[in-house]
Design a binder for this molecule. Structure first.
Ligand SMILES: Cc1cc2nc3c(=O)[nH]c(=O)nc-3n(C[C@H](O)[C@H](O)[C@H](O)COP(=O)(O)OP(=O)(O)OC[C@H]3O[C@@H](n4cnc5c(N)ncnc54)[C@H](O)[C@@H]3O)c2cc1C
Length: 304
C-alpha cells in the first residue's frame, strides 16, 4: 500500500512527489511515456524563477534526479482507471493495479490533431508533435509547422536553426502567441508565413512528401514540398478514464478547488490537467505543491 500514488510525471507530478517524499511518505509515480512531460519538448525555458535559461530536458532530468534521490518508486505504465474502495484507492494500469491512501492526478495535456486526409497514415512517418524531439531528423530539409500559438512559433524558430526552410501555416492573419516570438518569426528569413491558410491534405507514398494548403480568402490551393509536418494546433486533456470517479468540465479538464481537491475526497488534481486560466511550469509546480500538502493533510486526518 502506497501513501500517495501520483499519476503523471510531468513538472506537477514530480513536484508533488518531492513534497510527499520529504514528508516521509511512500510514494509511487506512474508515467506512461516520458518522465518530464511536455517541457522535455522545449529547447529553452527562460521563465522559471531561479533559472535564467535551462533546457526543458535538463529541467526534467533535475526533477527526476531529485525524486529518485528521495526514494520515489517509479512505474512506466498507462493508468486506465481509479477506483475508491473502502477509504483507499485502486489505481488500475494496463498491466496491474496499485493501492494507495490518496491519489494525485497530474496527467497534463496531449496534442490536438489536424484531422485531415493523409494524417493518420503518416503519423510517425513525417508527422510530428514535437519539434525538439524530431527536428534533428529533418536537418537541411524543408518542413511545415501548423498552428498560430506560442508552441507553433517556438517550433518554427527552433526548426529554422536545423532545417533549410520552414513553412508556418496558420488559419488566421495574426498569431495568438507571444508578441516577441511572433516578431522574431516574422523577421526570420528561413520562415515563410502561409497565413489565412488551412491544411487540406498531407501527401506522400510511404513518408510525407508534401502538404496541400488552402487559402481561406480566395480558396486557392498550393502544394508545398516538405519532408516533415509539425502539428502545433492545441492541446487536449486526457482525463476520460477518471470521469467515473471525479467531475470534469465541458472541455475534459478536472474540476478542482484552491487545494487541488477534486469532487472525490482523497483524489487531488495538479497541473495542466485541471481547469485553470494559465498552463505554465510555475503554475504546474505550484499545483504539485498544493496537491501534495492537501493529500498529506487528508492522510493525517484519516489516520488520527
Ligand atoms: C514545446 C513546449 C514548450 C513549453 N515552454 C514552456 C516554457 O518555456 N515555460 C513554461 O512555463 N511552460 C512551458 N510549456 C508548458 C509546460 O511544459 C506545461 O505547462 C507543464 O509541462 C505542465 O506540467 P504538468 O505536469 O501539468 O503536465 P505535463 O507536462 O503534460 O505532464 C503530464 C504527464 O502525465 C503523463 N500521463 C498522462 N496520462 C497518463 C496516464 N493515463 N498514465 C500515466 N501517465 C500519464 C504524460 O505522459 C506526461 O508525462 C511548454 C510546453 C510545450 C509543449
Amino acid at each position: 500500500m502506497f501513501d500517495i500514488i501520483i499519476i503523471g510525471a510531468g513538472p506537477a507530478g514530480m513536484t508533488a512527489a518531492i513534497y510527499a517524499l520529504r514528508a516521509g511518505k511512500k510514494v509511487l509515480i506512474i508515467e506512461k511515456e516520458n518522465f518530464g512531460g511536455q517541457i522535455t519538448a522545449s529547447p529553452r525555458v527562460e521563465n522559471y524563477p531561479g533559472f535564467k535559461s535551462i533546457s526543458g530536458n535538463e529541467f526534467a532530468d533535475n526533477l527526476l534526479d531529485q525524486i529518485t534521490s528521495l526514494g520515489v518508486v517509479t512505474e512506466v505504465n498507462v493508468v486506465t482507471a481509479v477506483k475508491k474502495t473502502a477509504g483507499t484507492f485502486t489505481v488500475e494500469t494496463e498491466s496491474g493495479n496499485f493501492e494507495g491512501r490518496a491519489v494525485i492526478i497530474a496527467t497534463g495535456v496531449s496534442h490536438r490533431r489536424l484531422q485531415v486526409n493523409g494524417e493518420e497514415e503518416h503519423l510517425g512517418k513525417g508527422i510530428s508533435f514535437c519539434a525538439v524531439c524530431d527536428g534533428g531528423f529533418y536537418r537541411n530539409k524543408d518542413v511545415a509547422v501548423v498552428g498560430g500559438g506560442s508552441t507553433a512559433l517556438q517550433d518554427s524558430l527552433f526548426l529554422s536553426d536545423i532545417c533549410s526552410k520552414v513553412y508556418l501555416i496558420h488559419r488566421r492573419d495574426q498569431f495568438r502567441g507571444e508578441t516577441e516570438l511572433s516578431d522574431e518569426v516574422r523577421r526570420n528569413p528561413k520562415i515563410e508565413l502561409c497565413l489565412n491558410s488551412t491544411v487540406d491534405e498531407i501527401k506522400g507514398l510511404s513518408v510525407v512528401e508534401s502538404v496541400v494548403i488552402r487559402n481561406k480568402i480566395d480558396n486557392s490551393t498550393r502544394e508545398i514540398s516538405v519532408k516533415g509536418v509539425f502539428e502545433a494546433v492545441g492541446q487536449i486533456p486526457e482525463n476520460r478514464q477518471f470521469a467515473d470517479v471525479i467531475e470534469l468540465d465541458e472541455a475534459g479538464y478536472i474540476k478542482s478547488d484552491e487545494k487541488c481537491l477534486t469532487s472525490c475526497e482523497g483524489i487531488f488534481a495538479a497541473g495542466d490537467c485541471r481547469t485553470k486560466e494559465r498552463r505554465q511550469l510555475t503554475t504546474a509546480t505550484a499545483d504539485g505543491t498544493i496537491a501534495a500538502l492537501a493529500a498529506l493533510d487528508y492522510i493525517r486526518i484519516r489516520s488520527n
